[in-house]
Design a protein around this ligand. Structure first.
Ligand code: MRU
Length: 345
């Protein structure tokens, strides 16, 4: 089954509503930057590369919406659109990467009519989507070489087709390994509190008929101590220039456990997720989400009323715990600043 997380239909962006998966499979249509920003904020779409693609379409939609306005209104409306999108979520750098790329296209196209600018921006959004799938497949091919036939691979959160324009980063590695004939057994962490592992990764792997076992997050150490995990592959929301990796809360625990048990810990990471402007993971903004996500799930709350709750949504795994970054340019073993710089030369 081909999962189209985002698709362009009748001059609108449609995105799978990931909040209600796997119980329901529905698309929601978007027609402006503000509505796309709300879709990102409320987690209809999530996952770093998918957020970037959605933001690119948000810019194009805003231009299409404003193309008949006066030039002044077109320009000020576009600036507002960029700001609204920038404020939707803070951690995944792909959002800012995509907005910068769209802004650069807008600047070059500025002399043209608003309708021509809008078409050019739409073309760029389509290209960002197509490119994301190509990049995931390239990463998948490099990553697949790292996994032995029969590997039992643990993953955290969802870094699959649903987190990208298609194929996936970490789950893309599993898909590519299976495509070249390897047997892969996925162990999916449930990923409290938003349950991306239980709801999304498990669903994707079941659709794909890749064997998958679901565990709660606190079972990973037990599985490793029993010799039941051969490798860990996760995605990332932002990698600092020294190789520190921000990913879904709980990833750091998995990395520490993997090191304790001599299990390789790989991070599938397109170059658009590497932020060379920051020195280390300490500079990565960590989103704090609503405490309601920790209190319970949806309308059911089990936490004691009145208790203080924290909900940091990401954590940072220091570069020293990362065995390798799987990028579209190849695998960077033991990443550091010099090796990451070389990727962009
Ligand atoms: O809060 P989310 O669901 O957007 O967090 C997603 C993750 O942490 C993913 O692991 C990451 O974006 C990589 S997706 C290819």
């Amino acid at each position: 089954m081909k999962i189209e997380t985002l698709r362009w239909v009748d001059n609108k962006l449609e995105m799978i509503d990931q909040r209600i998966l796997p119980a329901s499979f529905e698309y929601i249509a978007y027609d402006s930057a503000a509505s796309v920003a709300e879709g990102i904020r409320s987690m209809v779409v999530r996952g770093a590369p998918a957020i970037g693609v959605a933001a690119a379409y948000g810019v194009a939609l805003e231009a299409l919406r404003l193309q008949d306005a006066s030039l002044i209104d077109f320009h000020s409306g576009m600036e507002t659109g960029f700001v609204v999108l920038e404020r939707s979520r803070p951690t995944a750098v792909n959002l800012f990467w995509a907005l910068q790329r769209m802004r650069a296209v807008w600047i070059v196209a500025r002399g043209k009519s608003s309708a021509a600018v809008a078409q050019r921006l739409l073309e760029e959004a389509h290209e960002i989507l197509a490119e994301d799938i190509r990049i995931n497949k390239a990463m998948g091919a490099f990553g697949a070489e790292l996994l032995p036939d029969g590997a039992r691979v643990l993953t955290h959160c969802n870094a699959g087709a649903l987190a990208t324009a298609g194929w996936g980063t970490a789950l893309g590695v599993f898909r590519s390994a299976v495509e070249v004939g390897k047997k892969i057994f996925v162990i999916a962490d449930e990923t409290r509190p938003f349950l991306q592992g239980a709801r999304l990764t498990a669903w994707e792997m079941v659709q794909e008929k890749i064997p998958v076992t679901l565990i709660t997050d606190n079972m990973a150490g037990f599985m490793m101590s029993r010799g039941e995990v051969d490798a860990v592959v996760v995605g990332t929301d932002r990698v600092a220039s020294n190789g520190d990796v921000a990913n879904k809360i709980g990833t750091y625990m998995v990395a520490v456990l993997a090191r304790r048990h001599n299990i390789p810990f790989y991070v599938a990471c397109p170059l658009s997720t590497i932020d060379m402007s920051i020195a280390s993971g300490a500079d990565i903004p960590i989103e704090e989400r609503s405490v309601d996500e920790v209190k319970g799930f949806r309308d059911y709350h089990w936490a004691a009323e009145g208790v203080k709750i924290r909900n940091p949504s990401f954590d940072v795994t220091p570069a020293e715990l990362v065995s390798g970054l799987i990028t579209e340019k190849g695998v960077v073993l033991q990443p550091d600043n010099a090796k990451l710089r070389a990727l962009f030369e």
